[in-house]
Design a protein around this ligand. Sequence first.
Ligand code: SF4
Length: 333
Amino acid sequence: MNKQLKTSNGEVVSLGIEWTHVFGPGSGYTWNPVAGCRHGCRWEMPDGSVAECYAKVVAEGLAAATYPEGFQAHYWRPDKLDEPLRLETPAGVFLDSMSDLFGHWVPENEVLGVLDVVRRAHWHVFFSLTKNAPGLLRYAAHLPPNLWAGVSMPPTFMWGKRLSSDAQSRLLKRALEVLAALDVPVRWLSLEPLSFDVAPVLERSGFVPEWLVIGAASNGRVKFQPDPEWVRAVHDFADRHGIPVFHKGNLRWQARREDFPRWPLPRYVYVGHRAHKGRLADPVRRPDGRVVVGSGKGPRNALIRWADTGELCVVPARTLRLYEKWRRSDGQP
Ligand code: SF4
């Protein structure tokens, strides 16, 4: 997993993907158990230049050693599967920033394996983004509640061909239909880059996502701001329906909006705690009725029972403290 916020000598040098910081600065990660992508997204910029997918640029540049067969090949990295389970502190995890987990070429057993880890890592929020909405729909019955299921704006070029404006609108409309059919608490749209007037498509669809992220277009270091009317129209839509909007850092806009949706924190019953390392001791019922797990220098891990599944789970005591803090503040981090 890659931490998104980078610091040097105590100074923040890069925020990375800002919308992953759902649990506060420094809490965002990317996780790529599946890598490589066949969609071939490219964007025509207002100056006529064409921007390649950022993941492709990284995979063919800085990370070329880990993509020996190129970015269009498919890579399955099972050794990365348990990474979220080993991360104690609650995090916002962008699932597959270097691929599209719901791409048509990704084998079902891999998708289900990844979703199983997402479900088991209850204490994190995972963000998925796809450009293949029907692929997401295929797994509708397997999406865990801590997965924020998202769809991105259609690009200008995909699968080696230019998408007409009509085709882009049709793809967005289909994506909204798919999101509407999902039973997860947070369904969202990444409008980055906001390259056409999407508000009328949103209005006509009749579906209101739980979250909208807006960004500008960029080609390397050059940024292109969207038409302000398009941004205003998205804001109007969001405000009318009371949905939070998050501005990417590349969007120049006053005032900045960096809001996250409310989401149901997983409910649990506290069973006890264990003190440190290795073994998980059996819970012991004390004479005063308290159930305690382990002993020693204070709790590091808590034993809880998830209310929805009844499953026992060891989670960091820190996680529970954070959860309780958010619960007191109406579920918001
Ligand atoms: S779906 Fe994402 S990773 Fe794949 S080509 Fe498009 S932008 Fe790149």
